[in-house]
Each structure stands twice: as structure tokens, then as C-alpha cells.
Design a protein around this ligand. Sequence first.
Ligand code: WT7
Length: 647
Amino acid sequence: MTHDAIYKVTPDAAKITLTTKEKAEADRARAKENPEEFWASVAQRLTWSKPFTKVKDVSFDAKDLHINWFEDGELNASVNCLDRHLEKHGDDIAIIWEGDDPDTHKNITYREAFEETCRMANILKARGVNRGDRVAIYMPMVPEAAYAMLACARIGAVHTVVFGGFSPDALASRINDCNAVAVITADEGVRGGRTVPLKANVDKALKQVDSVRFVLTIERTGGKVEMTPGRDLFWYNEARNDVAPDCPAEPMKAEDPLFILYTSGSTGTPKGVLHTTGGYLAFVAYTHEAVFDYRPGDIYWCTADVGWVTGHSYIVYGPLANRATTLIFEGVPTYPDASRFWNVIDKHNVEIFYTAPTALRALMREGDELVKKTNRSSLRLLGSVGEPINPEAWSWYHRVVGDGKLPIVDTWWQTETGGILISPLPGATDLKPGSATLPLPGIEPAIVDAQGNFLEGACTGNLVLTTSWPGQMRSVYGDHQRFIDTYFKTYPGMYFTGDGVRRDEDGYYWITGRVDDVINVSGHRMGTAEVESALVSHPAVAEAAVVGYPHDIKGQGIYAYVTLMEGTEPSEALEKELSKTVRAEIGPIAKPDLLHFTPALPKTRSGKIMRRILRKIAENHFSALGDTSTLADPSVVDALIEGRKNR
Ligand code: WT7
């Protein structure tokens, strides 16, 4: 099989009903001919308390950068995700919660989700959280995490969900960046049979924070936690008893912020990616329906964590806006054993399953038997997200998980894009393993060379978008200039994704990975600069340079080159300590996979570290180092190669 082999998937076999080749082509043509009319029709799927009359006001010109969609319209995201379904579908299942322990699960109706969200909104209001205030959410994968997000949306507060795997320091810096006034957390999280001390982490973080006045703690385990009087309340044992199960929704302007989500960039501290209400919600609802062929009643499961954008767009907002049944899974793919995903699919009759290549690679290694002993006949569509899916993993997903019958939607997008931009439409797009295939209707990607010239036809270059789409991020919270500088300066007049891409002769897109100093570890974005800054915070470290290298399971691993202070010797103990330092500064996901102590780093005469060389050495590509003559001390390279060979 060549990697370009086409899988023609007939809609019949896959039970695809919403998209056909004809419909997809018609939508593409319509969106091209009259984009405003197309996006207006997409936005009509929402319930607006005040209809919009203006569709779009956008400029990608760095001197006058602005992005506005449906600007004069008003709506509330929680009303769209909950209230509007109640009259006819209040008893339909909104959320299936599957606990870490395979014997625990809960079905939650739309009415219950509505009431819980309202209760939480009421306690936020009672504790002085106002429209526009920021609220940090640091939660395990429990339904209350979704209620917390929707409760913020209901009162017009802006949530920032911080992944529960981030350290107290990382949590504190995010809270401080946006001056959050409240935190919603849980006593402890539970993952893979182990507890995570979330509330204790919040307490630690808040030692470095002044802005937080209120901490709401959901009792997940009932484990012992410390409570600060006047600041902290338990949810079930305290706050929830005093609040009503309904709460009026704030009418929000389409361009009012809905949430901030921090993500790593190539430089500096994580950026607060700002998404607004109307465009974002319309876009994620539309793409959730189109890409996943979603019809109400289908059981849909996205395995991401709500701490990442995938969880925001395709566990909470998109699905609930579409009146979906969305499965929230608390656990990990390998607990109690590596057939957990497939068992959960059988237990709840999951029809649409959306996961990440890193999980597939890990499970693939455990052998086919763990999959084959399960039934999976409920499945009709598989999805992939987060990183390029290697053709081997694609084929295994298709052949073993999908019994050779189901389409796979390989969805390319980013925190910044809010939702999926490049993906097959099931039933309409022939598939090639490893390719995200074609842009969705209304999406205008282009490929440029390093100078910004457009490349035509089959080519390789950098991926840009030449026009806006409603789900696009609007700014970096608190730093609009950084938004402009990061995304609109490299190629003037265009949004630069940071990704490299190849387009083949059929016009299919093959994402090749980041072209900046961002690495993708298990589908999670990690700025090399962040890991470096964590490493040099240790007193023994003089300098650090971090690059990605190919890793069988994670896609990319973290390779850290470290030089030590004069008089300090490398040792295993020090290596452990540095690893601990990175955990404390960022979290376990940032821990280097390989740590390489070296007496020196390759630098130019002006003192710039030559990362290109470090990348090649980390990749074991010693013959492809390119020109090393501009180095201040070319002999450094030989020492580095020796060091690489020894690990
Ligand atoms: C980066 C964005 C999209 C939500 C999860 C990650 C890479 C994402 C794919 C894909 C190839 C992909 C890109 C992108 N990426 N999906 N289907 N094929 N690469 O969001 O953390 O903002 O990361 O993930 O490099 O730029 P994120």
C-alpha cells in the first residue's frame, strides 16, 4: 500500500446521512460565491435574542487588524446549549459520564444539566462574579466541569479552563495573567485509579495570586482538603443548597468574550487565546454536525480533556449546541486495561468516536486482541485530532477498530482556529491515510514559501489562511499587539498557522508539523522556550536548549540539552531533580524524555544557539547538519554527536 492510497468509503456502509459528494460540492461553491450568505446561514442554526444584520467586518491588515462576526447580534451560549432544547427534549440525555472506575457511570438529561448550570451560575453571582469577570476552572473530567463553563457563559463571565495536569505554578501564572476573580475546582481528581490533589494545588497557586476572592470546590472524592473561611465553599455540602435551579441568562453581544484558553507559542509565556461568543458557537456547532455527521440521538464520544480546546469545542459547546449526547470520560485509555476505550464504546453504544493518534499508537502496541474481543458494532464514524496521524496508526484504526468499514475524519485545526478547518466530510471525501484531506466549505487555506509567495498546485510550504472564519480567535488576552505580531506579521495580510504542509496533485493537504519552536507532544502543544525557562530556573543550570525528536508513542518527544554552572557535574540525581523542576514549573507533560548534559551548545559568533543543528542531532541525523562553519566553535558539534550516540 502506498501512503496515497485512497479509501473510498460509501455512505451506505458507514451509515452517513448528512453529507453527500453533491451536497459538499454545493456548499463549497456557495461559500465561495457568497461567503457572507454562507456564514449567515451557518449562524442561523443558533438562537439569537437579537438577530444580527451584519455578518462580517474583518481586516487582516496588521495596521488595522480586527475580526468581527455577527457583530450586532445578541445571544447567550448556555441558552443555545441548554434552554432551547428543554421544551421538547428536556428528558433527552445531554451527558453520559463514564467514571474512572469502570463500574461508575451517570446519564444526565438536558433538564438536569440546565438546572445544575443555573445553580452554579447563581452561586457565582451571589459571590460577586460579574459579567466580564474571569473565572478559572481547574477540574477533572466530571459533568460539573461542563456546568462550570456553561455557568460562566450564562452570566457573561469569561472562563479560562486550566488543564488539571498543570502544576500550581502554571495555574497561578494563568490566573494572574487574566486576573481571575474566582476558581472552580474539585477536592481531588481521579485518573487511572490514582487521585490528583486539585484543591491542594489551587491552595498552593493562590499563594502567588491576589485577584481570587472565591473558590468553589466540587466534592468528587470527599478526600480531606483545607478550606479558607470567607474564600472557599464546597459545592454539594454548602453552596448548592442555597441556590435556585434557574437563573436568567445575560444577553451577550456576539463579540463579547466567551473564554480564554492558554496555549504555548514559540516564544515567551503561554498566550491567552481569546474566543468570543457568536462566531465561535456557530462555527463549532456547524463543524461538529458536518464533520461528525451528527444527528441528535447519536451517542458521541470525544476522548479529549476539557482543559484543551478539543474539549471546549467538541465535548461541550459544539455537541450541546447540537442537542447531542456527549460522553465525558474521566479516566485514561489504559485503565483498568488497554481495552477500556472499546469497552466503553460497547457499554454506551457509542456511534461516533474521536481521539488522538498518540492514544491509538499506545493501544496499537498492546495488540489487536484487546480490540477484537469487543463488539464495537455501534460505531459508524472515527475521528482523529491533535497531530499528524501516521499511516500505520491510520490503517490500524481503520482496519482493527473500525473493522475495515468506517470512515476516519482526520481533523486539522488549532486552539486559535476554534474549530476544525481541514477535514474530510464523511460520505463526501475519499480518504488518504495521513492526510487531513480538504478544507471545509468557506475555509480558504493557501500555501506560501518562506518569502510569502503563493505556491500553486502540488507543492510544499507554510500553511496560511487568507480569509477569516467565524471561529477564529480574536486576540491574545491583554496583549492585542502580540496577537498581530504572532499571526499576521510573518505573511502580511494572512493568518499564519505555524504549520508546514504539502499539497498533492489532488489538492489534498498533508500537515507536516510545526515550522516554529513549538513541539507537539502526545497531541499537546509545548513551547520549547517554556521548557527551557523551567530548566534554567534550577540553580545548577547555566543554559538549556529544547527541541523535539521523533517518539514512537508521543509523536514528538522532548529533548533537552543542558549546560551546567561552572563546578557542577552531571549526575543521575541532578537529572531527576531537573525533571522535578520542570514538573513543578509546568506539569508532568513537559518533562524531558531525553536529557543531554553537554559542556557547550552550538552557537554562532554572535551567540545565537543554532537549533537546526540541535534538532538534527536529536533526530540522529548526523549527516544532515548543513553548514556548521558559521559556528563560533565547530568542535562542539562532534562532542554533541558523541553524547547523542551514548543515549
Ligand atoms: C497544532 C495545534 C486541534 C486541537 C488539538 C490541538 C497540530 C492538530 C492535526 C491534524 C496534523 C495536527 C498542528 C497544529 N495538529 N491537528 N489532524 N494533523 N497536525 O490543538 O494544541 O492548538 O495544536 O496541532 O501542528 O498547529 P493545539
